[in-house]
Design a protein around this ligand. Structure first.
Ligand code: OOG
Ligand code: MG
Length: 262
């Protein structure tokens, strides 16, 4: 750790206020170039602590930058991990208030819902499939608090990996017996297909991203509890949206989920 507790608390407060007030900020590494990975996750943890202290409920975790399309779009090279709160979840077919966001983008993802807890280290795809109750289509709405969505990995980790809103829905299915690599996804904006892919875009198999997430948390003494929702990461690059847009994600054999920006 390079930053002291007071600086970490101050940066967490700043980033969370940007989220709550829908205003952007400069990358925090500009002011604190010495910031390391532990500092970045400590800032993220402090944002979570603030939300829990106000009565917020943690309902899941997310992996991000798990596909080459996303890494290329953002100019980075390793996955990152974050959390999602109950008030990030939009009902299937529901509305998102665009005014409460800075510059939202949508990503097609697979959501894993755990029936059993998952704990690293040593977690692999087999453990993930055995612990997963069902998978579902999920659309993540990301909204980096950084100006023009420009960041480096440590800044985006501190900003809880741009997490803002998400929707899940469709037809739940056990992942056992489904080839997650060839599972096809189509994301539509206002009825037009705008992004296509298959599960393999995410580290060869989205369950690998979930295993990495469990190992990341395990290294920090945490487990992913039963019932948690896990977003495994965008399969394609993220698509910008504006008020008036409707976005639908169709996943082969798993139905569809959608949301609308008002
Ligand atoms: C970081 C979060 C990326 C994903 O699924 O790849 C992410 C960002 O691109 O703002 O959630
Ligand atoms: Mg995502």
């Amino acid at each position: 750790m390079k930053l002291d507790t007071k600086t970490i608390a101050g940066l967490a407060e700043h980033l969370e206020n940007c989220q709550l007030e829908a205003r952007d900020t400069l990358k925090i590494t500009e002011q604190h170039p010495e910031l390391d990975w532990d500092d970045a996750y400590a800032i993220q943890d402090e944002i979570l602590r603030r939300k829990l202290a106000r009565g917020g409920r943690l309902i899941g975790v997310k992996a991000g930058l798990t596909s080459h399309a996303k890494m290329k779009q953002m100019g980075v090279s390793t996955p990152v991990f974050g959390f999602v709160m109950e008030d990030y979840l939009v009902p299937d077919g529901g509305e998102v208030a665009t005014q409460a966001l800075i510059h939202p983008k949508v990503e097609p993802e697979l959501a894993f819902i755990l029936g059993k807890p998952l704990k690293g280290p040593g977690c692999h795809v087999g453990h993930v499939l055995a612990a997963t109750d069902y998978i579902l289509p999920g659309i993540e709405v990301i909204d980096s608090r950084y100006r023009d969505f420009k960041f480096d990995l440590k800044s985006v980790v501190a900003d809880n990996t741009s997490a803002a809103k998400f929707v899940i829905g469709g037809a739940p299915a056990s992942p056992v017996g489904i080839d997650l690599s060839t599972l096809g996804v189509v994301m539509e904006k206002n009825g037009e297909p705008v992004a296509f892919g298959a599960g393999a875009a995410v580290l060869g198999n989205p369950a690998t991203a979930v295993a990495m997430l469990a190992n990341h948390l395990g290294a920090r003494g945490q487990e992913i509890p039963a019932g948690a929702i896990i977003l495994s990461g965008g399969i394609t690059e993220a698509i910008a949206v504006a008020a008036g847009d409707t976005v639908t994600l169709r996943v082969h054999g798993l139905g569809s989920t959608s949301l609308r920006f008002n």
